[in-house]
Design a protein around this ligand. Structure first.
Ligand SMILES: Cc1cc2nc3c(=O)[nH]c(=O)nc-3n(C[C@H](O)[C@H](O)[C@H](O)COP(=O)(O)OP(=O)(O)OC[C@H]3O[C@@H](n4cnc5c(N)ncnc54)[C@H](O)[C@@H]3O)c2cc1C
Length: 391
């Protein structure tokens, strides 16, 4: 690897930015190409729960100061643990979906996606090129260039890392179409409400479930940090999901945000227990957004002929359903692993993508399978790898 050629990274999401941190610490040059025109921190919506593996990966990739800032920003939910409720009656129930939430020190650790992205971006901003919609890549004699939707190409890099999420074109090109993301038909809405709306819940991580609807079940996941429910400056997020057919965006348009999504969430929750209703009745309408529940090939990350100069991280290579809270946790493992291998390679990229993909395929496939299997029971989805629609 020539010292002057940067590592090219497609997408400025969680996985890409954490990889960039790892390269920054090792003084390996890099360039990030992001489709959006800026970080839209306010519209980053939902809160991510971090597992012990996810936290270990993040800590290993960040320098000590950035890690400390990250850790201090995380919410730590203590003793109350993870409770399930019948959304309509308000009664506590057994967990329908088996899920373990082990973070650190007996606490469940979570952070807003926007905060995580903002911290991971620190010190990397000058290396991000905005409004660059990556459509694929071209191999050169001694490197690779990313290609963009406006017909232009990037500078020559030593490698290209595709981290541009579930619609990754780099993934399609690299795998020759073997990497697929299925549309499960299940849909969700995520929203936010002032912290006071969560007062009736108390502290902890909560799953609400309503199985009374004629079309099937709906669930909501949320968490409340200790002592924060009285802070009027704070908002907490929640995520609502439904089995296929229960939640539908107008014209199946999942880019819609705001009132239409908020109205559907309010209508679904209209008969819910008074403890839970403020989460929806008092929601910040503008923050409501639809999302599609998608999943990569449940049987695992497929094999493709290795290309030493191009590989994939995060949702681009293993996207999964929200069941299990594994998506971001698996994405950050990729960044930490690939970052470490690149640092250890000391300028010689030979064998790096082979070693990375060999290890990533094992834990990535396991995570997709676990998330899919859980979602089959929880959201009534079923993927036929031959015939189900892909996104
Ligand atoms: C509602 C919800 C709740 C979730 N909760 C959890 C949780 O509790 N725990 C957990 O572990 N995971 C959770 N996840 C999953 C987690 O958010 C994802 O797995 C994670 O964000 C993947 O990171 P990434 O960097 O691979 O992709 P992303 O974060 O999606 O980033 C991709 C980036 O690439 C950019 N991009 C896209 N296309 C292009 C292009 N063509 N060219 C250039 N740039 C492009 C995008 O704008 C974006 O910035 C949740 C997901 C959702 C939707």
């Amino acid at each position: 690897m020539s010292a002057s050629k940067p590592i090219l990274i497609s997408g400025a999401g969680l996985a890409s930015l954490l990889l960039a941190q790892s390269l920054r610490v090792a003084k390996i040059p890099f360039k990030i190409f992001e489709r959006d025109t800026s970080f839209a921190f306010r519209a980053q919506g939902y809160r991510l729960r971090l597992s012990s593996e996810g936290l270990d990966a993040i800590e290993s990739a960040l320098d000590p100061q950035t890690w400390q800032l990250f850790w201090d920003t995380c919410g730590k939910t203590g003793g109350s643990g993870f409770s399930a409720f019948d959304a309509v009656t308000g009664e506590q129930t057994e967990h329908v979906v088996p899920e373990k939430l082990d973070s650190r020190g007996g606490q469940i650790v979570g952070i807003a996606r926007g905060d995580m992205r903002r911290i991971f971006a620190q010190g990397c901003e000058e290396h991000i090129e905005w409004a660059k919609h990556v459509t694929g890549y071209e191999l050169t004699d001694d490197g690779v260039r990313a290609t963009f939707a406006d017909g232009t190409k990037s500078v020559e890099g030593s490698m290209l890392i595709g981290g541009e999420g579930i619609y990754s074109k780099v993934a399609k090109q690299l795998s020759g179409g073997k990497l697929k993301v299925y549309d499960t038909g299940a849909r969700g809405i995520h929203g936010q409400a002032p912290a006071a709306a969560f007062k009736g819940l108390g502290e902890g991580v909560f799953r609400l479930r309503d199985d009374t609807g004629p079309d099937g079940g709906v669930f909501v996941m949320t968490n409340v940090r200790p002592h924060d429910e009285n802070d009027t400056s704070l908002q907490f997020g929640w995520t609502m999901g439904g089995v296929p057919g229960v939640i539908r965006a107008p014209n199946d348009d999942y880019t819609i945000v705001g009132e239409q999504a908020a109205d559907i969430a309010k209508s679904i929750s209209k008969n819910w227990d008074p403890r839970f209703k403020p989460l929806f009745d008092n929601m910040i309408t503008a923050e409501a957004a639809f999302w599609k529940i998608t999943c990569s090939t449940p049987s695992g990350v497929p094999k493709w002929p290795n290309e030493p100069r191009v590989t994939l991280i995060g949702d681009a290579v293993h996207s999964m359903t929200p069941a299990g809270g594994l998506g971001a946790n698996t994405a950050v493992r990729d960044s930490a692993l690939l970052g470490r291998l690149l640092r250890e390679a000391g300028g010689n990229i030979h064998g790096v993508t082979t070693a990375y993909e060999q290890e990533m395929r094992v834990y990535g496939s396991k995570a997709v399978h676990e998330s899919y299997s859980t979602a089959v029971g929880a959201f009534g989805i079923k993927i036929d790898e031959e015939s189900s629609p892909v996104v």
